[in-house]
Design a protein around this ligand. Structure first.
Ligand SMILES: [Zn+2]
Length: 59
């Protein structure tokens, strides 16, 4: 699948300083741990989500 914008945060995926979409395996990882069902996440909006998951594991 190709996206012009991140399906999660709507950030542009084209052009200078654009974000990249995560690998499907990472998208699945986030969806699984946060009970989400998004098609994709980009490098920008995935950071706080991955931090949230990491904090959960550290408890
Ligand atoms: Zn995003």
């Amino acid at each position: 699948m190709n996206y012009d914008r991140c399906p999660n945060c709507n950030k542009s995926l084209n052009g200078f300083l654009s974000a990249n979409l995560l690998l499907q395996s990472k998208v699945d990882f986030i969806n699984k741990h946060l009970n989400e069902n998004k098609d994709a996440y980009c490098t920008s909006c995935s950071k706080p989500l991955l931090n949230k998951i990491a904090q959960h594991f550290n408890k």
